[in-house]
Design a protein around this ligand. Structure first.
Ligand SMILES: [Cu+2]
Length: 130
């Protein structure tokens, strides 16, 4: 997969991981935790645990980017999307991504499956300067 610099960071290498954050996903359209604080430059391994009976996903981005992406998914249901900043996690399954937060800011993560995003399946990442 390509390592492209995004506003919210860049794909990370697993040998740089110093912290793993587990994110649980449930069918009541919530992530737990829904706020993650990160220091600039940290590479985080996110492990996603889907405790639900339907698929969920974890997509990192800016609010603007996620809004646009969610709109595109509504327009083109079943559109293929796979990038280093997202994980698609089947019911009862686990997913994982490694991401390097090399830019300071407040970013979002969300499940962009139609209906889920609108129901509030979102969370926040705060990247603070070191
Ligand atoms: Cu979902």
């Amino acid at each position: 997969m390509k390592m492209e610099q995004k506003e919210w960071g860049i794909g990370g290498h697993s040998n740089a991981v110093k912290r793993t954050v587990e994110i649980r996903m449930t069918d009541n359209m919530r992530f737990t935790p829904d706020l993650v604080e990160v220091k600039q430059g940290e590479t985080i391994r996110f492990v996603h645990v889907n405790n639900g009976k339907v698929m969920h996903e974890f997509v990192l981005g800016t609010k603007k980017e996620l809004d646009e992406h969610a709109a595109a998914m509504k327009k083109f249901p079943g559109m293929e999307h796979d990038e280093p900043y997202m994980a698609h996690v089947g019911a009862g399954k686990k997913g994982e991504i490694v991401w390097n937060f090399n830019k300071v800011g407040e970013f979002d993560f969300a499940c962009l499956l139609p209906g889920h995003y609108e129901a509030g399946m979102v969370g926040k990442i705060k990247v603070v300067a070191k």
